[in-house]
Design a protein around this ligand. Structure first.
Ligand code: IMP
Length: 272
């Protein structure tokens, strides 16, 4: 091959990588549930008998969640262009979303002309007290995290609330130098306590627009870990689809708002 051909080939390869990167960096649409959304009456859907007196309204029926998960799986697969992927499930709340998301990726693998090799792992992320402002999380369980070095990693989480767990987890995982790091969170809560880790924030966000609660690492993390979001939800405590209140409600198929009876009935002290 002539030097000219080699240079042309290299230019083509570079622009392909750039195109791929910019496609993957494009903010993806997500479903935003407005603050004044009433949700659905409990008797419109099937609810386990043992929870009937503990819920206010259904915020998201199971079917809508499943439809949204299907699209999130499609976005992830098409951005990765069938490169191998390690999916990291954050237990316990993320397990249902993880199972359904991985199922959809497997379905795409079975039906398309190309397929994406999958690895899966399960961890629990426990924040621990730290004097340093960057903070850390203790990763419990799972393989040795060295296994993510050089790989495309998708962190699968149920909910980003303040964002503190995710920012700390990303900083910890980044130390293992994965090839790419991406987060899929089914829910992001609209809360004044947010540290700024939210969908649609990309590297071009000026650093001085981050909220005062923001971690100093946030601009770096936002530019290196894309966040896929299923639904942005109002600032309520929600349960169901594996999200719990003191370990209860994980077995509720829909996502619902807890009422005062539920909060009292399943209070920590009354069941410990
Ligand atoms: P963060 O560190 O404040 O973002 O909290 C994230 C974790 O808190 C999530 O992984 C959830 O397990 C839990 N969490 C936050 N909000 C809710 C909720 O409304 N229902 C159930 N769990 C929640």
């Amino acid at each position: 091959m002539s030097a000219q051909d080699a240079a042309k080939r290299e230019t083509a390869a570079t622009s392909e990588v750039d195109a791929k990167r910019s496609r993957a960096d494009q903010p993806k649409p997500f479903v935003s549930i407005p603050d004044n959304f009433d949700g659905y009456a409990l008797d419109s859907f099937c609810i386990p008998k043992h929870y009937e007196d503990s819920l206010e309204r259904i915020l998201l029926p199971h079917g809508i969640i499943m439809d949204r998960v299907a699209k999130m799986a499609r976005d992830i697969v098409s951005d990765l262009e069938y490169e191998p992927l390690t999916c990291l499930c954050i237990l316990k709340g993320g397990h249902q979303f993880f199972a359904d998301l991985v199922d959809r990726i497997k379905m795409l693998n079975e039906s398309g002309p190309l397929s994406l090799p999958l690895r899966i792992d399960f961890i629990r992320a426990k924040s621990y007290e730290d004097d340093h402002s960057t903070g850390k999380v203790q990763i419990i369980g799972g393989d040795n995290m060295e296994s993510i070095r050089g790989r495309n990693v998708l962190i699968v989480e149920d909910m980003i609330d303040t964002g503190n767990t995710m920012v700390k987890l990303l900083a910890t995982l980044r130390e293992y130098e994965p090839k790419t790091l991406r987060v899929a969170s089914l829910f992001v809560k609209r809360t004044p306590l947010s540290n700024g880790y939210k969908p649609h924030c990309t590297s071009d966000r000026p650093s001085n627009t981050y909220p005062t609660r923001a971690s100093p690492l946030l601009p770096l993390l936002m530019s290196t870990a894309f966040l896929d979001t299923g639904f942005e939800v109002p600032n309520h405590f929600v349960v169901g689809y594996a999200l719990d209140y003191n370990e209860y409600f994980r077995d509720l198929p829909h996502v619902a708002i807890l009422n005062d009876t539920g909060k009292e009935k399943y209070k920590m002290s009354s069941h410990d």
